[in-house]
Structures are given as C-alpha cells and as structure tokens.
Write a new protein. Sequence first.
Length: 203
Amino acid sequence: MSKDKGDAAEPKKKGGMKKLLMITVGAIVLIGGGAGAGIYFGGGMAAHAEKPEDHYPKLVVRDPAAEPAAKGEGGEAPAPKVGTVSVPNDKFKVDPRKYEITYVPIAQSFTTNLADGSGFLQVGISLSTYYDGKVVANVERQDTPIRSAVLMVLAEQDPALLSTSHGKQQLQRQLTNAINQVLRDKEGFGGIDNVYFTSLVIQ
C-alpha cells in the first residue's frame, strides 16, 4: 500500500519539475527577447536620433561633366545645390577640385571713414562658399550683424597699406574671418571660404 503511494507521488513530482522547468525557460526566453528588442530598437533610434550637426551645411560635390549653370533672366545667380558631404566643422580644409563653389554677392556696398581720418573707403564684396544653400540662407538671415562686422574691420584700415596688393589680400582674410565669426556665433557654422572685392574706392 505504501509502495503504491510512493509510485503515485513519483510521477506527480516529475510532472511538477517539468512544469517548473518550462516556466523558467519561458521566462528566460521572454526576458531575452525583450532585452534584444530593446537593444535593437533603442540602438536603431539612437543611430537615427537627430544631432545638431545634421542641420549644418554640407559640401557640394563638383560634377565635372555638368556645364556651369546659366544665370537667371534678371541676372540673378541660380539656386545653390544641395550638399551631400558632411564634415565635422567649417574649418575643414576644402579641396577646390572636388567641391563646387558658390558666389554670394552682397547687394549694398560698404562705406566708412578711414582709421587716420584722411578720407573714406567704399567697398563692394562678394562671398564664396563650397557649402550648400544653408550657408547662403545664413548669410541672408544674418545680414545686419555681418554688415556691422565688415564696417568695423574696414574702419580700422590704413589707407597706405590698402594701396598695396598685400594690404588688399590681408583685408580679404580679415573680412573672411569676421564674417565666419558672425555666422559661427549666430548659426553655429561659418562656411565662407573667401571674400572678393567687386569694387574698392579710397578717397
């Protein structure tokens, strides 16, 4: 009698262990699956999360086969292309053979008194950039602080130095740095490669 009871208890014990083992394995699979999904989706979201640099201008790759775009009817320049090459910052050294340049004319000329008070300086400028239309938009949006920075640089010039080629090149660098500084302060990105004189009058 006691032997029969022992035999009946044995299958119950085995059945209970089997059930417990299945529950444990199921729980492990669920936890592992949940963790895996969390890592997959979390990692995917982190990889695609927007960063501030995603909104920065990008370099425009030059297409050697493309002909130069014709100017519009009113003489206005065509819309700048959309860039595709991201760079860590606008101080990146650009290879002019690989990237397309865009010229951004500044509509009004600048007039200021010279540092020594002997006369005045009137300058027309155009900017160049290897970056896309975001830089052009930034220049247009920051027109007022850019004009102020340019006037401050021009007012410090020595007329004797400006009469030389070296002095004009130095002024180009000073203006480029001043404009880029405004754009970095206001937009987080400079992107101006150079400043060109469209007119320069000293009187």
